[in-house]
Ligand binder design. Structure first.
Ligand code: HEC
Length: 323
């Protein structure tokens, strides 16, 4: 009796949670999603619904290649999501980035952009007719008239969905990449992973409490930079020791307005830009106080690393010599 009551209560709780989940858009299917023609970065003609979405689990965002800040940051974040999903992308999960500046973003421009970011298979870039793409964004609920400024500001939300179950969810690409991967690779499959040997992303550890600087680093910088001495390749350089390599005021300004420094021909900025495949670090609109917090965090990580190394070498020296 008690047991069944509990089960009943739980079911009730789950249903009401579903009802209030603000971002779930149920029932978007063939009749609602426009079947507009699009062209892939490889020049292939496809139809939005029939070829890209029908029967699939998909992640879709809108970008334009000329966008200096939000798009590269978003692309970098999605790269981490892609990495977490591994070879399921292109197998049972498909990623699409659709241009909102289709006149400029020809298939060739999109192909170059993909290459610059080192994007692998299973993640297609698409262009098409501007009016039709606007219609698509409206239908997906990713178009907001009021922020459609001339400065290229666009809604940075992206949408993931499973056409088979009709479950669609909008998320910010600035969410933690592991929880995004978990959402796409597990939740959208209703917990049932179709492929036999696919990994589960269900065991996501709870995020610990971070300092402001660490929090900013993890949410804004980590998709492009490591801070550990560089054992992983990301889009930008490893930042351990950068607080010693560079002048503090240079660093602070760089974090706030790298685009302006590059434009002004700052020699370090120019050299880095060439070294990093002409992929410019985006202006992430970091305030001065936040830049300081980030510098503090990078400096403290560098210090901690040096202490660990010193400790290790002291132990080695103190160890009895082998004979
Ligand atoms: C979209 C990728 C991307 C993001 C996000 C990003 N960076 Fe960068 N960053 C780069 C690239 C690429 C470079 C190399 C210079 C260039 O090409 O502009 C760079 C260079 C740097 C440098 C100079 C390194 C050196 O050796 O002097 C610092 C410092 C830096 N970034 C800090 C940050 C911080 C702090 C954040 C987060 C607030 C951040 N970056 C976010 C891509 C990124």
């Amino acid at each position: 009796m008690l047991g069944s009551l509990r089960v009943f209560g739980r079911a009730l709780l789950l249903t009401s949670l579903c009802l209030i989940a603000p971002m779930a858009l149920a029932g978007m299917g063939a009749s609602y999603l426009p079947n507009i023609p699009l062209i892939t970065h490889e020049g292939e003609k496809v139809r939005f619904y029939d070829d890209l979405v029908a029967d699939k689990v998909v992640a879709i965002n809108f970008i334009f290649t000329d966008c200096p800040d939000t798009c590269p940051a978003e692309t970098a974040k999605l790269l981490r999501v892609r990495e977490a999903l591994g070879d399921r992308v292109g197998d049972d999960i498909f990623m699409y980035s659709i241009s909102i500046d289709p006149e400029r973003d020809t298939p060739e421009v999109l192909a170059n952009y993909r290459e610059k970011f080192g994007i692998g298979p299973g993640w297609t870039f698409l262009t098409g007719n501007e009016e039709e793409i606007i219609l698509l964004r409206k239908r997906l609920g990713l178009y907001m008239e009021e922020i459609q400024g001339d400065d290229g500001d666009h809604n940075v939300t992206f949408i993931v969905g499973n056409d088979r179950t009709g479950k669609w969810i909008k998320r910010s690409p600035f969410d933690n990449p592991i929880s995004l991967a978990n959402l796409i690779g597990y939740d959208l499959f209703d917990g049932q992973i179709l492929r036999k040997n696919a990994k589960s992303y269900h065991q996501v550890p709870k995020a610990p409490e971070y300092s402001r600087g660490e929090y900013l680093f993890r949410t804004r910088c980590e998709s492009c930079h490591t801070l550990n001495g560089g054992d992983q390749n990301r889009l930008g350089p490893d930042l351990l020791g950068v607080t010693e390599r560079r002048d503090r005021s240079w660093l602070s300004r760089w974090i706030q307005e790298p685009d302006i420094m590059l434009e002004e021909g700052d020699p370090i900025a120019t050299e880095l830009y060439i070294q990093y495949k002409k992929l410019a670090m985006p202006n992430l609109r970091i305030s001065e106080a936040d830049a300081e917090a980030l510098i503090e965090h990078m400096a403290s990580q560098t210090d901690a690393r040096r202490k660990r190394l010193a400790e290790a070498s002291r132990r080695r020296l103190e160890a009895p010599a082998p004979n």
